[in-house]
Design a protein around this ligand. Structure first.
Ligand code: HEC
Length: 350
């Protein structure tokens, strides 16, 4: 950024110099000026003599000399514009340069903020603009002591990635309204993720308090997508994977376009698959047709709504049916674990 400003200043400086330096030198010198002056004086003198002529015999000679002088004068290279006209041109040019400079400056003042932001992604640019608005939002929140203003300040800081300031803002909001869900869950998640943000460790007691904030928010506003998202994050942080998955899947239902839970869901599933041989077999052999969590896919039906008994399930798996391939080589413990998973799903478990 600084570099481009320096380059810009250089370009402007050089162009100004190029435009202005010829003007500064004034009118160019006329090397023939003395000769021209001499011939003009000569011509004036001859005309004067002709006008006051008393002896008519001298006329032809005078006229011949005047004609020669005139021709000599014409033969000189054309004179540059007289000084007064050069001055006018110069003033005009200076005026033009001045106007151009004004236009450039005005353009720069209105354009540079966008121009500076142009190198950023829209999201980063938004964050920068929000960060620029922060002092004003903070001042307003502190002056008005209204929850809405504190939330606006917190939101702006949160979106700009100023997490310390966001935490202060949400704490201020909670002092005014201790049951404000957005302030509760965001302050909670900010505390829980503090080690990742700035390396400050988090004691178990603090972590427990942060978790309570998030859980309270989810109880107060269960249908806010963010409530479920943060609850899912918090539960996963405390190793409660099943409950975390439930919350995160709820988040996806509330906000179908939201992708914020995907990573955590994948991570939890991978963790479960490692510890549960049934899920591991399912992910390896069945998920491609029946969906990642048994909800049905392009090829296989929804297994969660299957009404088959454990024995019937076992039979379909071992012998296959229709387009469903047979899996006769599963180890007994794998098959048992797999059937456990399917039965849990049939009962609505995650
Ligand atoms: C190539 C795709 C495919 C794969 C892989 C697959 N299935 Fe299937 N599955 C199907 C299809 C198709 C059906 C429906 C068969 C029919 O009824 O004709 C089915 C049916 C079933 C049914 C019966 C559901 C009901 O209620 O009728 C069960 C249970 C089942 N599959 C479990 C599994 C398990 C467990 C695995 C992994 C070990 C698995 N499937 C792998 C395609 C697949």
């Amino acid at each position: 950024m600084t570099l481009s400003l320096v380059v810009l200043a250089l370009i402007v400086g050089v162009s100004l110099w190029l435009v202005l330096s010829p003007l500064g030198r004034g009118a160019p010198d006329d090397p023939d000026a003395p000769e021209r002056e001499r011939l003009r004086q000569e011509l004036d003198r001859l005309y004067g003599e002709l006008a006051a002529l008393t002896d008519e015999r001298r006329r032809p000679d005078l006229e011949r000399r005047a004609a020669l002088t005139l021709r000599a004068l014409d033969a000189l290279p054309p004179a540059p514009p007289p000084a007064s006209r050069a001055g006018a041109t110069r003033r005009l040019a200076l005026l033009g340069v001045g106007v151009a400079a004004l236009v450039t400056a005005a353009g720069a003042v209105t354009f540079i903020p966008r121009w500076q932001l142009a190198a950023l992604t829209p999201r980063e640019a938004g964050a920068v603009q929000q960060a620029l608005a922060l002092p004003e939002l903070r001042r307003r929140a502190e002056a008005s002591r209204s929850v809405a203003d504190a939330l606006a300040w917190g939101r702006a800081a949160f979106d700009a990635g100023r997490y310390d300031e966001a935490a202060s803002a949400y704490a201020a909001a909670l002092r005014l309204d201790p049951r404000q869900p957005e302030a509760l869950r965001r302050l909670g998640i900010l505390l829980l993720t503090r080690p990742a943000q700035n390396g400050q460790p988090l004691g178990e007691q603090e972590a427990g308090q942060a978790f309570l904030l998030v859980r309270t928010a989810a109880q107060l506003a269960p249908d806010d997508a963010e409530s479920q998202l943060f609850l899912g994050f918090a539960l996963a942080r405390f190793g409660q994977d099943e409950a975390a998955l439930t919350a995160l899947e709820r988040y996806r239902t509330l906000n179908p376009a939201g992708r914020d839970a995907d990573e955590t869901i994948t991570a939890i599933r991978a963790r479960q698959n490692e510890s549960n041989p049934g899920l591991r077999v399912y992910a390896a052999s069945c998920a491609s047709c029946h969906g990642a969590s048994g909800g049905g896919g392009a090829l296989g039906p929804n297994l969660r709504v299957s009404r088959l008994s454990r024995d019937a399930l076992r039979q379909v798996i071992v012998q296959g049916r229709g387009a469903m391939p047979a899996y006769p080589d599963l180890k007994p413990n794998e098959l048992t674990a797999l059937l456990d998973v399917l039965e849990r799903w049939q009962k609505g478990g995650s």
